[in-house]
Design a binder for this molecule. Sequence first.
Ligand code: GAL
Length: 357
Amino acid sequence: MKKTLALALAVVMSLGLLAGCGGKETKDPANNGGSSSGGSSQSQQGGGSDASDPTIPEGGTVGVCIYKFDDAFMTTYRNSLQEILESKGYKVTVVDGNNDQAKQNEQINTFITQKVDALIINPVMTSAADQIIDTVKNAGIPTVLINREPTAEQMSAYDKLVYVGCNAAQSGTFQGELILETANQGDINGDGVINYIMIQGDPENIDAQLRTEYSVKALTDAGKEVKQLNLTRGDWDRNRGQEIAANDLAQFGDQIEVIFCNNDDMAIGALQAIKQAGRTVNKDIYLVGVDALAAALEEVKNGNMTGTVLNDAVGQATAAVAEMEKLLGGATYASGEQSVYVDYVKVTPENVGDFMK
Ligand code: GAL
């Protein structure tokens, strides 16, 4: 019974995805900064070949590897993944890589020894993608990579592999647009130059690279002159965000007009430093993040953050499970069609209520 239900679901999902797909070209995130409108729809690339004889294992087992549990956004994401998988009857084990690639490699090997039916992996290091892909390919385990995108070439080594994530350039563009939508378009002192600091995530991560680049590009594309006072890596961490912002506020003082943070957790840390420095967001400084963590939505609503960008954890978890089921059903992916993107959405004080539970 469960098997029939799962099969029906898989077929309905495949049809839905195909209907919403419209084409199979794969976007190059670096060449696509997103549009200003946003939207909650999923843009699907790839999609896999149709499974002619899907056989979803009853009570199938899924191993989920998360790069580290102590990451605010990935906590929401993994909880969502677990909930969706369990609600569909899968036996799920979620493991913490502790930000240690060697440890994660062992965890993947353990799942392989246990003969899990599928793997969902959030790699610790993007640079480890080749090794991970090689390992799961040799074991013949259908695998969904999430959150840290390898190159299309790396993924093409294994046709039972798909990546689910977002186009990080789009989130950067939205951050820049949030600044352009403020009363003085980010130029608080009216001197014709937007002075900013950038608090970066883990620079090895493409999300950090593209958000850093595209947030500023949105300003310069709009003809604005910008000046970067400082750029510091904060590794997605709230305490680091606070320390970095405190140091920069002490060093550059009123010169700082905008604080770009690659994610919300660092922005919430930066907000503490802003308050301690006696500055006021949206009056004498602007502050933007990405993720739409519950705490950040609260701050946007209260006017303590200029805005954020929804990094749709539930949407990505849903898509990851849908892709996993397609793989379990026998689907394979052609080279260049192995990435599935979920849209980011810009969050402003006007629409923040739509995102609060
Ligand atoms: C990003 C997210 C960050 C952090 C990172 C981990 O997409 O915005 O908050 O979770 O992934 O790779």
